[in-house]
Design a protein around this ligand. Structure first.
Ligand code: MF3
Ligand code: CO
Ligand code: CO
Length: 306
């Protein structure tokens, strides 16, 4: 994992520029999601295909997945989604974010799974709870939820070695127009992002669609954190930026599993990380909201796993 810019890792992302969508380079991660450099993976095969005058070699342009793998991802995704629904049914003002952590932790273990975030690169809890101006990676503590708060709850479960990753922003009681707006825009951004995914399309199609909508609503898109490939590891290639250009970036190949998880800000897109080395907050203190799904791309379209 070293040396690569990985998704959603504050330490490795902090000093690196966000990925700009370009034609794939020799040292880029291969489009197929293997995690290898392009030059060590599909470069030679692609060159051969081009010599034969073919643009998109169909036989190489897919990742073979066993039915066991797909079923494993379905079950992990469903458990993460069920856990989030459990939170939805119980979340209210007056509780602490630590209580949400306990709910998620116990529910996950009760279902023979493990919370992926616990001890992940030193992260201390079983869920991320990101309140108001927190963009992501908020750590549960004794903070009490009050009416008018918005809070993102981000759940990642490991079931039989497969990962499911999903999040939603909840409105606590009556919320300001701004809070309602940013939450609705973020949810819509996820939806629009999913709709932009097509087999043999490009990663940039997703970001471009999200960005256009967010900007049309006067909101900004966080660039320092991105979605990610997912499978039998938490964060895999490819990266999934929530900004970009249509027709650019990694090719979207049937067989890919990845998350889309736009973080949308009411004000500036920039952020800083608190002294706990995790909590990412908006630079201007304004609200931020996020929604996330794990998706599976097939020859015919998208299956939402969460
Ligand atoms: N669930 C987050 C994501 O969507 C990652 C959280 S990593 C943690 O990718 F360590 F902060 F928990
Ligand atoms: Co994720
Ligand atoms: Co997540």
């Amino acid at each position: 994992m070293s040396g690569k810019r990985l998704a959603k890792l504050p330490l490795s992302m902090k000093n690196s520029p966000p990925e700009r969508s370009e034609k794939i380079q020799r040292n880029d991660p291969c489009w197929c999601g293997s995690g290898k450099k392009y030059k060590k993976c599909h470069l030679a095969a692609d060159k051969q295909q081009r010599r034969e005058g073919k643009d998109a070699p169909p036989r190489l342009d897919r990742i073979e997945r066993s039915s066991e793998y797909i079923e494993g991802m379905r079950r992990a995704g469903k458990l993460a989604a069920d856990t989030l629904n459990m939170v939805d049914e119980n979340i209210r003002d007056g509780i602490t974010t630590d209580i949400i952590n306990t709910w998620v932790h116990e529910y996950t273990l009760d279902h023979d799974a493990v919370p992926a975030t616990l001890n992940y690169r030193g992260y201390p809890k079983s869920v991320c709870t990101s309140l108001n101006n927190v963009i992501c990676h908020g750590i549960p503590d004794d903070t009490i939820l009050s009416e008018g708060d918005i809070i993102n709850v981000d759940i990642t479960s490991i079931l039989d070695g497969y990962f499911g990753d999903t999040s939603r922003t909840f409105l606590i009681g009556d919320c300001s127009t701004d809070a309602q707006k940013i939450t609705a825009v973020a949810e819509e951004c996820l939806d629009i992002g999913i709709q932009a995914v097509t087999p043999y399309g490009r990663m940039g199609d997703i970001g471009a669609a999200i960005q256009a909508y967010a900007h049309s609503m006067g909101c900004s898109v966080v660039e320092k954190f991105v979605g990610h490939g997912i499978g039998r590891q938490f964060h895999e290639n490819p990266q999934v930026p929530h900004f970009g250009k249509r027709g650019h970036g990694v090719k979207l190949i049937p067989g890919m599993f990845f998350t889309i998880e736009p973080m949308i800000n009411l004000g500036d897109k920039d952020l800083y990380i608190l002294d706990d080395n995790w909590t990412a907050v908006t630079i201007d203190g304004k609200l931020s909201a996020q929604f996330e799904h794990t998706i599976y791309l097939t020859e015919t379209g998208v299956e939402v796993m969460t």
